[in-house]
Design a binder for this molecule. Structure first.
Ligand SMILES: C=CC1=C(C)c2cc3[nH]c(cc4nc(cc5[nH]c(cc1n2)c(C)c5CCC(=O)O)C(CCC(=O)O)=C4C)c(C)c3C=C
Ligand SMILES: [Fe+2]
Ligand SMILES: [Fe+2]
Length: 359
């Protein structure tokens, strides 16, 4: 890069690596078991010491393999999460080039549990030799189980140059709310005037994590409050899907909310409020499993709002989050050995500072 070059405001042009962090999903049937093992072997998911957690992760991934494979088979054998994330990365790359044409910005994808894994992304970013790195989670709401886990993994994996900036969350970002509201409105129109309840369905987490300070539930509620206000909705509810394991999870459960709608004589527009792309939890769980349940309990019509995916308004919100993060103090490269991006969690003004468990 020509270090002397500047943008129109006189700021030196930058070499910026934007790292999109996401969960990852198996790309073929044989990948289902190792993907599940990686997920359950994460201390942010099962908070036991490795000596107990790793054998347990082996056991759970073996036990879930067949049923999970059957669900992935309904989407052609693998998860669409990576192609969806690639679409978002390409759109963000264009938005960043438009916003700061002098910068050399490149968007990388770091998946937590399946390829391209964080280790692979860290090597690619190091080869790019950035001046600045922005870690940008594809989770609007912060949780120890998702964003903090990805930040921690990044800290462990990255040993290259660049000052690191962190976007911890964007639960009420204007572009997110506007895109969500438009997609909900378009879905409501399909109900053709029949009474429907808007069910905001978020991926659940165990209640004990929230009790320990995980801000996820509060941030889900903040997203919903902003959408409800934007749209002046009157009949709506928050519910939680995808429960796994024996612990008590956040409730009410989405299937119970659908049954309640059936009893109340209304249909449902289900909104995946904590997901920004299509994958097994939307295409199989919401559309197929809960669609069948809705039919059984007389919750009709049953409609599902699409995720914001690469919606231009949402992508603009991500680009703005990157710009804002670059304006906040970064963490020096050698900071990685002193807590790296996780140091952000101890000083964050946006709510994730309450969290200590995964930091
Ligand atoms: C807001 C996003 C997510 C949170 C919070 C989250 C927590 C969480 N998840 C599990 C267990 C599983 N999750 C699985 C799939 C999955 N989870 C998310 C997002 C969040 N998870 C996504 C986007 C996906 C889909 C990936 C894909 O392949 O398309 C799975 C695998 C599917 C299955 O077998 O059901 C498991 C298992 C736990 C235990 C947890 C919090 C403690
Ligand atoms: Fe934060
Ligand atoms: Fe999950």
């Amino acid at each position: 890069m020509n270090k002397a070059a500047t943008n129109p405001e006189g700021r030196p042009n930058r070499r910026v690596a934007v790292v999109l962090t996401n969960l990852g999903g198996p790309d073929r049937p044989e990948a289902v078991k190792p993907f599940l093992f990686n997920l359950f072997n994460d201390p942010a998911i099962i908070g036991l010491p490795g000596v107990f957690r790793t054998p347990l992760a082996k056991l759970i991934s073996s036990r879930r393999e067949t049923s999970a494979q059957a669900n992935y088979a309904l989407m052609g054998g693998g998860s669409p999460l990576l192609p969806e994330t690639q679409k978002q990365a390409e759109a963000l790359s264009r938005a960043l080039a438009d916003a700061a044409p002098g910068d050399d910005s490149r968007v990388f994808i770091a998946m937590r549990y399946w390829h391209p894994l964080t280790e692979e992304a860290a090597a690619a970013v190091k080869a790019f030799q950035p001046d600045k790195i922005v870690l940008l989670p594809l989770y609007p709401q912060f949780s120890t189980t998702t964003t903090a886990s990805s930040l921690k993994k990044w800290t462990e994996c990255y040993d290259g140059p660049g000052e690191t900036h962190v976007v911890c969350c964007y639960p009420d970002a204007e572009g997110l709310i506007e895109a969500q509201a438009r997609l909900i409105r378009q879905t409501l129109d399909k109900a053709e005037g029949k009474p429907v309840r808007v069910l905001f369905s978020a991926h659940g987490i165990p209640e004990k994590l929230v009790a320990a300070g995980d801000p996820y539930q509060a941030q889900v509620e903040a997203t919903v409050a902003a959408v409800v206000e934007h749209m002046s909705l009157t009949d709506w509810a928050i519910c939680y899907q995808s429960r796994v394991g024996p612990l008590k999870w956040l409730g009410p459960a989405t299937p119970d909310a659908i049954e309640q709608a059936g009893r109340d004589g209304v249909g449902a527009v289900v909104v995946p409020i904590a997901f920004v792309s299509e994958h097994i939890e939307t295409l199989v769980e919401l559309d197929m499993e809960y669609g069948e349940l809705a039919h059984k309990v007389g919750c009709a019509p049953y409609l599902r709002a699409p995720t914001v995916s690469a919606d231009p308004v949402f992508i603009t919100a991500l680009a703005q989050a990157v710009e804002r993060a670059l304006e906040t103090p970064g963490i020096a490269p050698q900071g990685a050995s002193q807590g790296g991006p996780c140091a952000h969690l101890k000083a964050c003004p946006s709510g994730c500072s309450k969290v200590s468990r995964a930091a």
